[in-house]
Design a protein around this ligand. Structure first.
Ligand code: NAD
Length: 465
């Protein structure tokens, strides 16, 4: 772990497994409560000076982080692939590191200038953005480094200090990345502790933390929100999704197959903002099914480190069992398996790409977040029914609509209840575009000016003229 700029060991360690092979990748330290307190104290001490550092110097520090990430991208990508399972190539570990570098560089260049709200004969009113204090960051196991960067960099850029706790399934790459990033930062600005879920709970209750940024499941997000209430922490919650995609009858199945495929299968489906339910008009239902199955034939799944793999395994046993359970439940309800549908023999948590046809709302695979390489394809005849189905859940992360008539796609987009609605694509995120869920998919946004502002509080200076 890294606390106050120095490496810190532990008395207890937990094994981290490679989901492609079941082999031990390394041992993760298990922080004690006292070590968490030390990390928060180090961040609080560093905040006293970091908050006063001028904007240009903080921007330079973020640019120095870009240098560190670029220099060590290969090493970090390999460690990430080994503990997370994702392939090095494709939309995998190297892509994730490039995302880390791109987001850090973009954030380095962002600013939140003072806004003059009034400058009159009576008064001058200015709106300033100030850092909130120590930020606690809690991350999941699907995009461990990218999400860590999304939490860490805007916090540091705006003058906060950070204690991050990675997922117990994928802590090693974050521990290493934070150690490396510390070479570009004053001691205590960025600290990392690792441990189990209970450590996350302690972090989200900690009285000396001003804000929690949490990315993970809806049930855990609710717990974080409840435990942050005592100390009135501000929150950014990026939670689960069950993104619907609606395919209109004038869409061209062969042309959209690739976009739909990666929209759903990115990171083997273990992506919050992946397509998780596909609503296809009856006129082109069979052609869409066929096009997806045909596209899949050219996509190799395998060990993350193996040359040529484009899809990896499920990340952990719990997720693997959940995916098996959801597919078995769909079969029991009469759904038709177009490809895949049976877990591969070990080693590793490999589950083949599985497209499931003739399935309805009300089955678990449609209603729940499967978070795996399995996509239910639901037939509709009246687009109003598809829109009602798309909106009829607690989720509201992204949605997409696919078709050739721009007026019609825009009209459907305006009816969909989601933080982002894509047209003729899915899962296209960028550092200048705010991203976040509505309903139970989250509170607040990341990225863009609004995402940066979320790490600040407003101070008004109201002066008599
Ligand atoms: P999870 O909620 O199980 O765990 C996330 C993190 O929370 C881990 O670090 C875990 O140790 C910690 N944690 C567990 N219990 C806690 C508690 N009581 N208090 C505080 N922290 C606690 O989620 P996961 O299984 O790691 O990740 C998958 C989920 O994350 C999916 O639902 C996915 O949709 C969601 N996700 C959302 C986004 C987004 O941006 N909206 C991005 C990625 C993943």
């Amino acid at each position: 772990m890294t606390i106050a700029g120095a490496p810190v060991g532990a008395e207890q360690f937990a094994e981290v497994l490679n989901p492609s092979t079941g082999e031990v990748v390394g041992l993760a330290p298990q922080a004690t409560d006292a070590q968490l307190d030390q990390a928060v104290a180090a961040a609080a001490e560093a905040f006293a000076s970091w908050r006063l550092v001028d904007d240009a110097t903080r921007s330079q520090a973020c640019n120095a982080m870009v240098g560190v990430l670029s220099e060590h991208a290969g090493e970090l990508a390999e460690l990430l692939s080994r503990e997370q399972g994702k392939p090095m190539q494709g939309i995998g570990a190297e892509f994730e590191l490039q995302g880390c570098i791109g987001w850090t560089g973009y954030t380095a260049a962002q600013t939140l200038p003072v806004k003059v709200l009034e400058d009159s004969d009576e008064r001058r009113v200015e709106l300033h953005r100030e850092p909130v204090g120590v930020v606690g960051s809690i991350t999941p196991w699907n995009w461990p480094l990218m999400i860590a960067i999304w939490h860490i960099v805007p916090a540091i850029r705006t003058g906060n200090t950070v204690v991050i706790k990675p997922s117990p399934f994928t802590p090693l790459s974050t521990l290493r990345m934070v150690a490396l990033l510390n070479t570009a930062l004053p001691p205590g600005v960025l600290n990392v502790v690792s441990g189990g879920d209970a450590l996350g709970a302690r972090l989200s209750q900690h009285p000396d933390i001003a804000k929690i940024v949490f990315t993970g499941s809806i049930p855990t997000g609710k717990k974080v929100m409840a435990s942050a209430a005592d100390t009135l922490k501000t929150l950014t919650l990026e939670l689960g999704g069950n993104d619907p995609a609606i395919i209109l009858p004038d869409a061209d199945p062969e042309q959209i197959a690739e976009g739909l495929y990666w929209g759903a299968l990115i990171n083997s489906g273990q992506t919050c903002g992946a397509i998780k339910r596909l609503y296809v008009h009856d006129d082109i239902y069979d052609r869409v099914c066929d096009a997806l199955v045909a596209f899949n034939e050219h996509i190799p799944m395998g060990d993350g480190l193996a040359e040529g793999s484009l899809l990896g395994p499920l990340q952990n046993e719990r997720q693997y069992q959940k995916v098996i359970e959801l597919v078995e439940d769909a079969k029991a309800h009469g759904a038709r398996i177009l490809c895949g549908g049976e877990a591969a023999d070990g080693p590793g948590y490999f589950y083949p790409v599985t497209f499931v046809a003739d399935i309805e709302d009300g089955t678990r695979l449609v209603d729940e977040e499967q978070f795996g390489p399995v996509l239910p394809i639901i037939r509709y005849t009246d687009v109003n029914d598809a829109v009602a189905s798309a909106n009829g859940t607690e989720f509201g992360l992204d949605a997409s609509v696919w078709g050739q008539d721009a007026e019609q796609t825009a009209a459907i987009a305006s009816q969909l209840e989601a933080g982002t609605v894509f047209i003729n694509k899915h899962a296209d995120i960028a550092p200048h575009v705010p991203f976040g869920g509505i309903k139970c998919s989250g509170i607040g946004v990341e990225f863009g000016e609004e995402g940066l502002e979320a790490y600040t509080r407003i101070k008004i200076i109201n002066a008599a003229a």
